[in-house]
Ligand binder design. Sequence first.
Ligand SMILES: Cc1ncc(COP(=O)(O)O)c(C=O)c1O
Length: 451
Amino acid sequence: MKYAVDRERLGRLMSAELDRFARAHPRSGKLHERAKASLLDGVPMNWMSEWASPFPLFVDEASGAGFRCVDGHEYVDFCLGDTGAMAGHGPAPTVAAVERQMRRGITHMLPTEDAIVVGEELTRRFGLPLWQFTLTATDANRFSIRLARQITGRSKILVHDECYHGSVDETLATLDPSGRVIASDGNIGPPVDPALTSRVVPFNDVEALERALAHGDVAAVLVEPALTNVGIVLPEPGYHDALRDLTRRTGTVLIIDETHTICAGPGGMTGRDGLEPDMLVIGKTIGGGIPAGTYGMSQAIAERVRAALPARADIGGIGGTLAGYALSLPAIRATLGEVLTDEAFSRMIPLAERWEAGVNEVIRARQMPWHVTRLGARAEYHFMPSPPRDGAEQIAHVDPMLDKYLHLAVMNRGVLMTPFHNMALMSPATTAAAVDRHTEVFDEVVAALVA
Ligand SMILES: Cc1ncc(COP(=O)(O)O)c(C=O)c1O
């Protein structure tokens, strides 16, 4: 390809964008300064200080597929709260259901009928018959792997190299270049050496999987059916068949985490591709922004769980006083039943195709050695000419400075992308005009790199 990115030019462009951001956002800047006195690093949660901008945007109001910051600028939102707002900001049916429930009791540690309707809908989408609820996907993953250890009597959890499943200790592990399991980059205060709790294999590597499971000490394989958090890495043909076959043959519980891959369709990749997990986890999207996660299981797993649970399971490491609370269930019922519907996906996926075509056209016209990967309603560009096969290959091509420039430059032009990689997600409220706005802005900021 004709152009490599000129570092000096990139540095100049970056300073200009940082300056433009600071000038355009005096109120966000002031609020951030004030926040430093009461919030660690001036943010309510640490990752909010890791955006490409010199300080975070403070949001005034969000609705549909956009928001306005406190300085009055409007944004097209392709980040959508990193999938938490995939249903769009404040979807009307979810808001109405939540408002109704707020007046009827928010939490009381007793079930409501909504839970049954939601369980039935989850079964329709994902195939598994029995469900439990949590507040987050992290908790749903934690509880699933605890159950898997309890019923198998095995100690280890197997994950993909460069995976992310939330703040779950066993999954914060990676491979060093020699293939040894080590703590993943940024793992804060690991309780023990992750090599004691985890086995790690590269995505799409059937032989490594076979070798790792042959030890007979893996309780569960916890996987995203496509990696999404290191950037999208799609499974090669036959990988999921091999994964299912090997886990069955070795008596290992297969847990599929659809928290991000729900973008593939109403039943995620499990529903779309006919996958057959023993357990399934999903969080973030399902409550339309109200905290909610869930894990489902097959009848066979449920029978083993019932047989293996201690008499007082509520204090055994699976729980949460507000888990399955009354407010979250109508939120999920309305979000799945009326917002993230089958029909909504039939509009969202073509929008992601349009986004992909637009980015591809810019890459072609500007002769950048990049490519786009799409999974249903989610797409992203990678700084390499052909798709990565695993997480290590993807991470080797990450270019933090270029990444930061592109994020900030499009943000300065009213487009918000998912931080840490170049991902765009469509919601039922996203419009073709918003997608075309991204293409236009992307062309402008890529052109500046190679002009
Ligand atoms: C695949 C996957 N699983 C689980 C989680 C954890 O979600 P939460 O932070 O809402 O618990 C994430 C978060 O990004 C995720 O991407």
